[in-house]
Design a protein around this ligand. Sequence first.
Ligand SMILES: [Zn+2]
Length: 271
Amino acid sequence: MLVAEMNTGRIDAFTAERGPTYYCPKCRGEVILKKGRKVVHHFAHKPPTTCSWANGETRAHMESKIVLAEALKERGLRAEVEFVVNTLLGDRRADVMAWSPKGLQIAFELQHTPIGLSEIERRAVSYSKAGIAQIWIPFLQAKVWDDGASRPSGWFVERYSPRQFERWVHGFNGKNGMWMYDPKEKLFWMGRLAGHQTYVEESTWYSEGGEENYSGGFWKFSKRFKELSLEGPFKADDLLIDITRRRAFSSSGYNWPAAKVARFIVRDPAP
Ligand SMILES: [Zn+2]
């Protein structure tokens, strides 16, 4: 956790100093400031605790919030990590909340671990009802680099088995594809899924009457696999934010609410 509370209000682990007592914003239990050279500065619950915010959060997830929030601040936007939205169900913290110059709130959800369909749908609905624009950014898994190959535009994985929430995010963004995050290099990629075709081998057999039968010999779309094209990589500093609106839609068990959808657009290189 990157943000704790003290008597004077919210404080982030980067600014905090050793000495004062810090508290978890959720359970009000005491948390300890962890500052080290190799770890991301953060707060950890003093054991024992039963707080759900004490569950092991990956270092990569904490890092991603900092990378993004710093880039947003760098360009003069207000940005806060782990910002509490009171109307959110479940974990009420948006990973990063930013404010557009006109004051519109934009929630960034950096998804390192898989999230269930009903949970992501519920969260998307609450953001939408609160008038907050949202962008869901799945983490790229290391196997993407093992299974794929370099392309002039970036990277290509011919047989990619998208996680359910990634299919949801891709559908939520419609034709705009989905932004993904590489935790190793701390860079962003524009990802697009497309149908993956598999060849059904031709086979021949004889029926009892001695009649020759054929099957297969054609291509069909795989249900499990998709092609994943990644364009990039991009540094957070090179990405601007654009906001569009989408309508509600449901298909094959997926539900997408009407919502303000934020996406990155790549800043034109300096002339
Ligand atoms: Zn707590």
